[in-house]
Design a protein around this ligand. Structure first.
Ligand SMILES: *Cc1c(COP(=O)(O)O)cnc(C)c1O
Length: 458
């Protein structure tokens, strides 16, 4: 280790934080399919989208052409509070695995929300404030997005209403308290406070909820209250755009030491951290300037990429949102109440879906207990207690490093460590007590849910 010049942590300085986001879509030959209006089957217009989303965010959502978009100064200033995020060379993990591979991770967990989600939350809150809105509504699964948005809304003095998936609300009471500390109003979903919540509860009494349900409720509240818009923490093009700061910083930090990843790995819930991490690398790949192996990791309990269908589907259970073309398990799919809370969405970013469909990236699914084994191994040597979601990427980074041990190849692996797991101790407790199980949906279950996809003439 002493002869190696690469430090344990590579920090950029403050003025190396990106001043522009990179829009991957500009370099895609086949653009992601547009959102469709479920009523007319036609692409959603900016006007239609602006009923639900802030105007500037609608423009970003529809922008397939501009490669670079300026980050407003206020957002850059906020980023300075917790960015640049360190890029860490996992020397201790490499040693523990006895691998010739070089392993790097980009650590996004060093802010109070504990994840990368703040990168987009602050941008979305900024544009809502700029538009003169009173507040925003949203859903949260594991709670990281709700926390990040609460922080961002507190900063800009916006009202924040969060619908939290019921299973997480019950498993993570302290998450709720952090959100309330930042001034948000938190409701477990499905709830009796919305029409769509009442309907879902009537159809599935006792349900532990899903992101799809919570999205429906949050959208209903935003569209029925003047001065409110809905914001989403993943899946959408605009969110991937904001998260490109992760990849831009990673690439710059690696370049300082002449390093170039062979394999880039990220966990995939709705695809925002992965889309952000890979953005500049995928850009090079799309332009034919470089090649990288890119791997999305998803839970075996909610395997959108690996077992889903590439088709138009609703983003929400209540079927009130636009249709997105993506790898989906069906909007009625409610994953088992396992612990990969932030990876429980039935669909996937349409940008990443198109790239996966075009063979530009790979996907694997991993089981929960093997994810926690990786989490524990990582925590013990690298010090950081990882979020269960992030640990999906750790699992595959370890697996790839072990393959290098067999073949003797000195590959460079970069993975996204999206957050910390301090609020996930119920899951860690189950794992430590040997009570964690793996749930893999059957083919019949998935077929039943996928058979209910909406019929769309493309
Ligand atoms: C939300 C979350 C994810 C998954 O969301 P993506 O949009 O797929 O990135 C992963 N890790 C953490 C820590 C999260 O909070």
């Amino acid at each position: 280790m002493s002869e190696n010049k690469i430090p344990y942590k590579i920090y950029l300085n403050e003025n190396e934080i990106p001043s522009q986001w990179y829009n991957l879509r500009a370099d895609m030959k086949v653009k992601p399919a547009p959102l469709l209006n479920p009523g007319t089957g036609k692409p959603m217009t900016a006007e239609e989208l602006s009923v639900v989303f802030c105007d500037e965010l609608v423009a970003q959502e529809l922008d397939n052409d501009n490669a670079y978009i300026d980050i407003p100064q206020e957002i850059q200033d906020f980023y300075k509070m917790y960015r640049p995020a360190p890029l860490v060379r996992a020397y201790f993990l490499e040693k523990a695995l006895d691998t010739p591979a070089k392993i790097y991770y980009k650590f996004e967990g060093s802010n109070t929300s504990g994840s990368h989600k703040l990168n987009s939350a602050i941008a979305q809150a900024y544009y809502a404030k700029k538009q003169g809105l009173k507040g925003v509504t949203t859903e949260t699964g594991a709670g990281q997005w709700g926390t990040a948005l609460s922080m961002a809304c507190a900063f800009f003095g916006l009202d924040c209403k969060v619908y939290m998936v019921k299973v997480s609300y019950e498993q993570k009471p302290f998450r709720r308290e952090v959100m309330r500390t930042y001034g948000a109003e938190v409701t477990p979903s499905p709830s009796m406070t919305t029409e769509v919540g009442k309907k879902i509860l009537a159809a599935h009494p006792g349900t532990t909820g899903s992101l799809g349900c919570a999205i429906s409720e949050a959208v209903e509240v935003a569209t029925s209250n003047p001065g409110y818009r809905y914001v989403l923490g993943s899946v959408l093009n605009q969110v991937l755009l904001h998260q490109s700061v992760i990849g831009l910083e990673s690439k710059l930090a690696l370049e300082k030491y002449g390093e170039k990843p062979d394999i880039i790995i990220g966990c995939a819930g709705g695809g925002s951290n992965l889309g952000g991490l890979i953005a500049p690398f995928m850009g090079e790949k799309l332009r034919g300037e470089a090649d990288y192996r890119i791997i999305a990791v998803e839970p075996a309990s909610c395997p959108s990429f690996t077992r889903g269908k590439f088709a138009y589907d609703f983003c929400d259970t209540g079927m009130i949102c636009p249709l997105a073309k993506m790898y989906t398990l069906g909007s009625g799919f409610i994953p088992s109440a396992n612990h990969a809370g932030g990876l429980r969405f039935h669909g996937m970013s349409s940008t990443l879906s198109q790239l996966y469909h075009d063979g530009m990236m790979e996907a694997v699914s991993v089981e929960q207990t093997s994810v926690f084994e990786a989490a524990e191994q990582f925590a013990r040597v690298e010090g950081i207690l990882p979020a269960p979601e992030s640990s999906h990427a750790i699992r595959v980074a370890i697996d790839e490093a072990l393959k290098c041990k067999e073949t003797g190849e000195e590959k460079t692996i970069l993975f996204g460590l999206t957050g910390t797991g301090y609020f996930d101790m119920t899951a860690y407790e189950k794992f430590n007590d040997g009570l964690m199980s793996d749930y893999i949906p059957t083919d019949e279950e998935l077929a039943a849910s996928i058979s209910k996809l909406p019929v769309v003439n493309e």
